[in-house]
Design a protein around this ligand. Sequence first.
Ligand SMILES: [Zn+2]
Length: 107
Amino acid sequence: MKEINCQHCLLPIQDREDLVVSFSLLSLRPYHSSCYSQVLKGFGNLITNNQPVNGPYSAFVIGFSVIFAIILAVIQPGLILLSLLLIAYTFGPRLLSYYRYEQHLPK
Ligand SMILES: [Zn+2]
């Protein structure tokens, strides 16, 4: 089993419940949920939209973007590439988060 270390305190993350993956500046960063709340108070979050990738907000955004992309592709078939890019931009980090971090941690 691969060890996942928190980017803030550098200690290993024990389970998926304690894992928060943030997507900022086009990179994924794993944190403990307690460390993430400390990082959120940092200055960088005023500039970047630092929402957790594996949280309920992310699931809502992915669901909304998939529905929006399907509607867009049906109404304007010429914009299907834009629809696919929208899905890739919202669902890609979530998929990468699962592949790189979540699958290695017990539930
Ligand atoms: Zn930590």
